[in-house]
Design a protein around this ligand. Structure first.
Ligand code: NAD
Ligand code: UFG
Length: 337
């Protein structure tokens, strides 16, 4: 298939590009580079020996999107493009609604105009809000989201349901990601946020490489086995493969389907620090601080639906996730030394 990846130079999009190219799909990447670098295209080429077509563009630019989708005879879109920093979304809500929600509506209008009705959307487990029970199945109520970023995901899911209801020819899969971590085994692709990382794994990796001093553990008084927050961490390469499995579904399904992509296992912040210490062979200093506002105690997925509908399940364990993240971080520091 000819597939457009919006946000395809980003962390998850770049790993998905590799996965799809390796399966023989033709990938076109469309990204405005607001949170990624064009050098990712060279890394994808180095790994797969194929250079994907790349257009620098914004999803809110309908004319450029239309030209790109027509030029490359796009048959399906995987929509990763979006802003994703929870804290920033509280400071700049309009930027988030404009970029994520308006941008998606613009993109959907172009798809509709061109008759392209196959879409995979990057949603998030954040749509479940505070879990009423664990593990989280797709039937768990959505809502109760504590920040504008999460609300954009919820709003977009609602828009996609309405769209699928309006026209039975749409096939839409909302993949609700749990916490992607890790990197490609080559060490050429991974997560390298600008500034001080918001997320746990890149922060731990930078402490391990000496870029930052000490991990702040946000609270040890949660109702979890060791008191620290528990999440379902999933290897980004497993997550990437999930998109390839969802693409196959398009032949049998219509409508709009939400599917969890997680491992079904929860790990605490302290367990993550321990696993990373094992991967890098160093002690990682940490200190317990106050809870981070808006955080929940625990969430992890029930991945049964993904297994049933997509024939997908996660293969990698926590040690492999940490080892690959360390390999990436280590190479990055070698390069910049
Ligand atoms: P990322 O920031 O690495 O990738 C997003 C890409 O989209 C970037 O390359 C950025 O330059 C591009 N982009 C942003 N706005 C754009 C616009 N208006 N037009 C064109 N390109 C634009 O993030 P990621 O971690 O790869 O996340 C991909 C998607 O998955 C996002 O939608 C994110 O919200 C969602 N998601 C991520 C996580 C996570 O923990 N990483 C969890 C759940 C959901
Ligand atoms: N944490 C720390 N110290 C840090 C960073 C995080 O203790 O420096 C803790 C958090 O309190 C939480 C856990 O580590 O218990 C994970 O936090 P992350 O920030 O890595 O991830 P979140 O679960 O808060 O959120 C992430 C993404 C969201 C996405 C969600 C579900 O940031 O965008 O996963 O997919 F919606």
């Amino acid at each position: 298939m000819n597939i457009l990846l919006t946000g395809g130079t980003g962390y998850i999009g770049s790993h998905t590009a590799v996965s799809l190219i390796e399966l023989g799909h033709t990938v076109v990447i469309y990204d405005n580079l607001c949170n990624s670098n064009a050098s990712v295209i060279d890394s994808i080429e180095e790994i797969t020996s194929i250079k994907p077509a790349f257009v620098i563009g914004d999803i809110r630019d309908s004319a450029l999107l239309e030209r790109t989708m027509s030029k490359y005879a796009i048959e399906a879109v995987i929509h990763f493009a979006g802003l994703k920093a929870v804290g920033e979304s509280v400071q700049k809500p309009l930027d988030y609604y404009d970029n994520n929600v308006s941008g998606t509506v613009t993109m959907l209008s172009v798809m509709k105009k061109l008759g392209i009705k196959r879409l995979i959307f990057s949603s998030s487990s954040t749509v479940y809000g505070t879990p009423q029970q664990l593990p989280l199945t797709e039937e768990h109520p959505v809502g109760g989201v504590t920040n504008p970023y999460g609300r954009t995901k919820l709003m977009i899911e609602e828009i996609l349901k309405d769209l699928a209801d309006s026209d039975p020819l749409w096939s839409i899969v909302c993949l609700r990601y749990f916490n992607p971590i890790g990197a490609h085994e080559s060490g050429l692709l991974g997560e390298n946020p600008n500034g001080i990382p918001n997320n746990l794994l890149p922060y731990v990796a930078r402490v391990a490489s000496g870029q930052l001093e000490c991990v702040n553990v946000y609270g040890n008084d949660y109702d979890t086995p060791d008191g620290t927050g528990v999440r379902d961490y999933i290897h980004v390469v497993d997550l990437a493969r999930g998109h390839a499995c969802a693409l196959k579904r398009f032949n049998e399904m219509h409508g709009c389907e939400a599917i969890n992509l997680g491992t079904g296992n929860g790990y605490s912040v302290l367990e993550i620090i321990k696993a990373f210490e094992k991967a890098c062979g160093k002690e990682i200093p940490y200190r317990i601080t106050d809870r981070r506002p808006g955080d929940i105690a625990a969430n992890w997925a029930d991945p049964t639906k993904a297994k049933k509908l997509l024939d997908w399940e996660a293969h990698y364990g926590l040690d492999e996730m940490c080892a690959s993240a360390w390999n990436f971080e280590h190479k990055l520091r070698e390069k910049s030394a």
